[in-house]
Design a binder for this molecule. Structure first.
Ligand SMILES: Nc1nc2c(ncn2[C@@H]2O[C@H](COP(=O)(O)OP(=O)(O)OP(=O)(O)O)[C@@H](O)[C@H]2O)c(=O)[nH]1
Ligand SMILES: [Mg+2]
Length: 330
């Protein structure tokens, strides 16, 4: 029997995705995450075919340190949104997943309501690759979810530096979750992350935590006041809420929509999306160009020694690059 042509494969997958078939969507995402070249090219053809059906979702990035309540927040916000008639996709960028082989992010067991919600689709972080590779796969997955009719995409990442930038770069709104602090110090205030934030939300503003949450909010408010807002049309608000009790969840969404309305009117949202598309292209090209290098045996074997020599100051970085270029016949 003749094997099916790649084109008909792509067409069949595209049809299933357009029809919102979750099984087909999952299968297509598996192709995106695959290392096989033929899978990758099918996946690329698929995103191209579906391109016209993408881009319509509200894309929200969510970050915060472990235990801040990301899963609880996504569960509460997501189920509120599906009740309102939205279809919600939850994705993740977990830079540690390639080492641990599994993702703690977008873990269904911690999102009990959404996990069984027919209008929610949860996909954990791709489990292998560099941060750039993982982020690229999550972006492609986001496009497929949009084509499948998910009109809200929540992308989760844990606050460990580079991954926040990757997620801010693929979303329209970047939400930073913070714990009520002890008072005088802005715990978790990494300047870079605060600069990325479109809103800072202090979670666990309930019970005994309430006064501390208010205090923390005031401190962040003062800190943000000093920073020049990135947009003339949006000053990132600082709010308090309780994911556990659901207090303030609706207000989070109202702010997100308010931001959307203002930045759509000013054209900034469209500009942000345009810039992101071009950035994605470059990031993917970089990944593609580096891939053969990373898998080159001679290079991998020589790398530790070269790095050690450079670190010790015995080998000039430029000389090391020359040697590598020679080795790879660049
Ligand atoms: N009091 C209170 N506890 C909360 C709230 N939100 C989350 N928690 C608790 O905080 C703990 C961590 O919540 P998660 O939602 O798992 O936090 P996370 O940020 O997803 O954690 P990681 O996935 O480990 O990074 C759990 O025990 C939650 O029940 C809240 O609003 N109030
Ligand atoms: Mg979690």
């Amino acid at each position: 029997m003749a094997s099916p042509s790649p084109t008909s494969d792509v067409e069949r997958l595209a049809q299933g995705i357009r029809a919102g078939d979750r099984t087909v969507l999952s299968r297509a995402i598996t192709l995106i995450e695959s290392k096989r070249a033929d899978h990758r090219s099918t996946a690329a053809a698929l995103t191209q075919v579906l391109l016209g059906a993408t881009g319509k979702a509200v894309r929200v990035g969510i970050t915060g340190s472990p235990g801040v309540g990301k899963s609880t927040t996504i569960d509460a916000l997501g189920s509120m949104l599906t009740r309102q008639g939205h279809k919600v996709a939850v994705l993740a960028v977990d830079p540690s997943s390639w080492r641990t082989g599994g993702s703690i992010l977008a873990d269904k067991t911690r999102m009990a309501r959404l996990a069984t919600d027919p209008n929610a689709f949860i996909r954990p972080s791709p489990a292998s690759g560099t941060l750039g590779g993982v982020a690229a796969k999550t972006r492609e997955t986001m496009l497929l979810c949009e084509a499948a009719g998910y009109d809200v995409v929540l992308v989760e990442t844990v606050g460990v530096g580079q991954s926040e930038i990757a997620v801010a770069d693929m979303t329209d709104f970047f939400l930073v979750l913070v714990l009520p602090g002890g008072g005088d110090e802005l715990q978790g205030l990494k300047k870079g992350v605060v600069e990325l934030a479109d809103m800072i939300a202090i979670n666990k503003a309930d019970g005994d935590n309430l006064p501390r949450a208010k205090l923390t909010a005031a401190e962040y408010g003062a800190a943000l006041h000093i920073l020049k807002p990135v947009s003339a049309n949006w000053s990132p608000p600082v709010v308090t809420y309780s994911a556990l009790k659901g207090d303030g969840i609706e207000a989070l969404w109202t702010r997100i929509l308010d931001h959307r309305q203002k930045l759509t009117a000013s054209g900034e949202l469209a500009a942000r999306r345009r810039e992101q598309q071009v950035k994605w292209m470059w990031a993917m090209l970089e990944e593609r160009l580096f891939a053969p290098l990373r898998s080159d045996r001679a290079f991998k074997a020589a790398l530790p020694k070269l790095e050690a020599e450079v670190a010790a100051g015995r080998l000039a970085p430029a000389t090391a690059v020359e040697k590598i270029a020679e080795m790879l016949e660049l």
